[in-house]
Design a protein around this ligand. Structure first.
Ligand code: ATP
Ligand code: MG
Ligand code: MG
Ligand code: MG
Length: 562
């Protein structure tokens, strides 16, 4: 491509609102332009990189047995009402009306759409398992869109959905897609880690997030320094087995386990029966906030709380912040989003459930102000909210370290949640009707692109890994007015094109300083500069990332780029 003909505007100044490197560099180097908060257009070189990432995703998904489709982005409210997510997804869902006042949403995710298609079209076990995916813009009215492409309100996602007649079959597909994701992020050159994620509202099924290690990441990962153990500390506290320590510390109080009446009050308030269990809700206790999430069956003083997991304290300053945490943790793939109606309840005795994850069900008592690990020896836990650096790893191998991560992918065993609500069933080999079992798998394609820039840049600009670079070679003629330079530049450009090399040719009538600075900013892996020695057929050949530079005879260039 000739740079003189391209829409490739570069900026010397850093845009005022761009806090992180990927945002700054992608704007400055002419990859993206913002048109509204969290909404971006991709300019030609940006589109090229996006395509590179998409192609890697496509190849690996197809290898994993998934087939590409394209679902409607405009989704009727009725579908979302079938699963209850019209109410529970909260304000992140962008809603609109058509001219007949019918309600719609712009696709934030596609569980409802795909489940409606599959329930109509797949009736027999013979058609299962089935895995489909799409690459499409998603819309989420994020509370705080920021960091450029990392948290947009319109962004490109690859989302995949699988349908099964058994949990074993789901396990197999989950593993294949897990492996595909590892390949995808490796091919993108990323330093990443797959971590155990919070399955919170979804009923304790397997889920993993793929985290790119980066200081600007919004998630915290707890990982073992010696084993493969790694988890998002967003995971709700679950201490599964513990032993009480000998000494009873002063600040640890015995408090009564909530009685049936209290639980009934909570359930009444929420309009649930106890058997239905609770959805996600907050209670204000003193000046703190508590979140109760659904998860598994629970029994407190003979009261069966189906799906009630336990109370866990989120020690945050404000209601706003708490809502955000709930939104981030449970908002998207899970059925429970930001609670529509968050009311503060101060007068229920729910503080008995606060900070008492140790000691639940001990003869009618909980212990308040427990410090897990100190007051109780934790024998086995997935309690990551309380985990600290230096703690023993939950898998017993090594000690815990913390790192920041950017969530670029998420794989999830959904089980029967959507299929049950939407009545997606099939006939098994005995002719009996069964509910389908599902999985879903997302990759933030535009977020992945920005994550690559976070890991590949230096003080002068982007340093793309070759697999995703917009072009492989940047040819610069420093002074195109000089005939020998223009002629050699043109010749090299044509030769490289003929060899199928992706080449950007800076034929602009700009000063050499501008050309070098733009070239560094744009970050194409190899640079060929045609300057003073053009007359002798000598060019400069530079590796953008390592900055190593050599002089070459122009006809040796092809051998060096292939
Ligand atoms: P986050 O926790 O960052 O809000 P999420 O858990 O809500 O993400 P998922 O519903 O799991 O996101 O969606 C699948 C993938 O889509 C995520 O792993 C992420 O890579 C990407 N993604 C989600 N929200 C955004 C966004 N606002 N902008 C860009 N990419 C996003
Ligand atoms: Mg989210
Ligand atoms: Mg998340
Ligand atoms: Mg997620």
């Amino acid at each position: 491509m000739r740079q003189s003909e391209m829409l490739l505007p570069t900026l010397r100044e850093t845009p005022a609102d761009a806090e992180i490197k990927s945002h700054q560099l992608l704007v400055r180097a002419g990859y993206i332009r913002q048109i509204a908060s969290g909404v971006y257009s991709f300019l030609p070189i940006g589109r090229r990189v996006l395509r590179k990432v998409e192609e890697i995703v496509r190849e690996e998904m197809e290898k994993a047995g998934a087939h590409e489709m394209l679902m409607a982005a405009l989704q009727p409210a009725e579908l979302w009402k079938e699963t209850g997510r019209w109410d529970t997804f909260g304000p992140e869902l962008m809603r609109l009306h058509d001219r007949h006042e019918r309600e719609f949403a712009l696709g934030a995710t596609h569980e409802e759409v795909i489940t409606s298609i599959v329930r109509d079209e797949v009736k027999s076990y013979k058609k299962l398992p089935l895995t489909v995916y799409q690459i499409q813009n998603k819309f989420r009215d994020e509370k705080r869109p920021r960091f450029g492409l990392l948290r947009g309100r319109e962004f490109l996602m690859k989302d995949a959905y699988s349908f099964h007649d058994s949990f074993e079959s789901l396990d197999g597909t989950y593993q294949r897609i897990f492996d595909a994701y590892s390949n995808i992020f490796r091919r993108c050159g990323l330093n990443f880690r797959a971590v155990i994620a919070d399955s919170g509202a979804m009923g304790g099924k397997d889920t993993h997030e793929f985290m790119v290690l980066s200081e600007v990441g919004e998630d915290t990962i707890a990982y073992s320094d010696t084993s493969r153990y790694a988890a998002n500390i967003e995971m709700a506290p679950v201490i599964t087995e513990y032993t009480k320590s000998e000494a009873e510390p002063k600040d640890m109080e015995k408090v009564e386990t909530p009685d049936q009446k209290t639980m009934q009050q909570v359930a009444d308030y929420l309009g649930h029966t106890l058997e239905e269990g609770l959805k996600s809700i907050m209670f204000k206790v003193d000046d703190r906030f508590v979140m109760v999430v659904t998860r598994g069956d629970h029994e407190v003083n003979d009261v069966k709380l189906k799906n009630l997991y336990d109370a866990s304290l989120i020690d945050l300053a404000s209601e706003e912040e708490t809502k955000e945490v709930i939104g981030a943790g449970f908002g998207s793939l899970g059925p429970v989003g930001v609670p529509e109606k968050v009311e503060l309840i101060a007068d229920l005795a729910v503080e008995t459930m606060v900070n008492t994850t140790c000691g639940a069900n001990e003869e009618g008592y909980h212990y308040k102000n427990v410090t897990p690990g100190k007051d109780f020896t934790v024998d086995k836990y997935a309690d990551l909210r309380f985990i600290k650096e230096g703690d023993p790893s939950p898998d017993g191998e090594g000690t815990i370290k913390f790192a920041r991560g950017i969530e670029v992918g998420h794989v999830f065993k959904l089980g029967k949640f959507y299929a049950e609500k939407m009545d997606a069933s099939y006939l098994n080999d005995q002719g009996k009707s069964n509910t389908m079992i599902m999985g879903c798998y997302g990759i933030g394609v535009s977020r992945t692109l920005a994550s690559i820039v976070e890991q590949y840049h230096d003080e002068d600009g982007i340093t793309w890994p070759a697999n995703v670079a917009p072009y492989q070679v940047h040819v610069l003629t420093l002074n195109p007015k000089k005939e020998e330079q223009a002629a050699l530049g043109e010749e090299l450009y044509q030769k490289l094109l003929a060899q199928g090399v992706e080449v950007l040719y800076d034929d602009r009538k700009e000063r050499p300083g501008v050309k070098f600075a733009d070239s560094d900013l744009i970050g194409i892996p190899l640079r060929v500069t045609i300057g003073k020695r053009a007359g002798e057929g000598i060019v400069e050949f530079k590796d953008r990332a390592t900055k190593e530079q050599i002089e070459l005879e122009s006809d040796q260039v092809i051998d060096h780029v292939k």
